[in-house]
Design a protein around this ligand. Structure first.
Ligand SMILES: [Zn+2]
Length: 213
């Protein structure tokens, strides 16, 4: 399968050595072009690994096409008669591709990853203190409204509002990254984290209310 690589990130000029035939191989290549041996995963970032343009705006159908194209070539059936080393490398490649795909397909994970690539130090802790008073207030009010909602309909209304807020926050993140405003993107990441947590809680509360009814 042909992968279109839209960007030049210096990797084109970089050559690594095939472990099997010692011939030259591209760091992106899953297989050696000389002997055909599967290669171990090289230290690529998730965008390079999946042949995607680095950035927040990811074409999800392109991402899927690339990911499943690579995974098909690494299917365990294809390595049934191969050496232990080739089996191992194919599994390592599959794992590296999984990790890249899981990160890039999710807007929050993608934003956090992109900020880290750009050198931002983010607080990963879930209970990270919110220093933005506006966001803190919004969060407290939303929690209160959710606790006070005592019918599935009321919770559903909160859930619908939260999901639309999530869509807006993802749009805002896209604009922040396009404007290279990393501080804005960091703030939006915090907001998106809290909105996703809130929607999870609302979904849980709705399920409990419907069961109790
Ligand atoms: Zn080789």
């Amino acid at each position: 399968m042909k992968i279109d690589v839209h960007h030049t990130d210096g990797l084109e000029a970089c050559v690594v050595e095939c472990w099997s035939c010692k011939g030259p191989a591209s760091p992106r290549a899953l297989f050696c072009s000389v002997c055909g041996a599967v290669q171990p995963p090289r230290p690529l970032d998730h965008f390079q690994r999946l042949g995607m343009m680095p950035g927040f705006d990811v074409d999800l159908s392109e991402l899927e096409r690339h990911y499943f194209g690579f995974q098909r070539r690494l299917h365990p059936d294809r390595f049934a008669g191969k050496s232990g080393k080739e089996k191992l490398h194919s599994q390592q490649q599959a794992m590296a591709l999984n990790e890249a795909y899981e990160t890039l397909k999710d807007p929050l994970k993608r934003a956090v990853y992109l900020l880290k690539l750009k050198g931002c130090k983010l607080d990963d802790a879930d209970g990270a203190t919110i220093s933005d008073p506006k966001l803190l207030m919004e969060q407290m009010e939303a929690r209160e409204a959710l606790m006070e909602a005592d019918s599935a309909e009321e919770v559903q209304a909160i859930l619908a509002r939260t999901e639309s807020d999530i869509a807006f926050a993802v749009d805002d993140l896209s604009q922040a990254f396009q404007a290279a405003c990393l501080m804005g993107a960091e703030k939006l990441v915090l907001r998106l984290k809290y909105l996703i947590r809130l929607s999870d809680e609302a979904r849980g509360r709705k399920a409990r209310l419907m069961k109790g009814a």
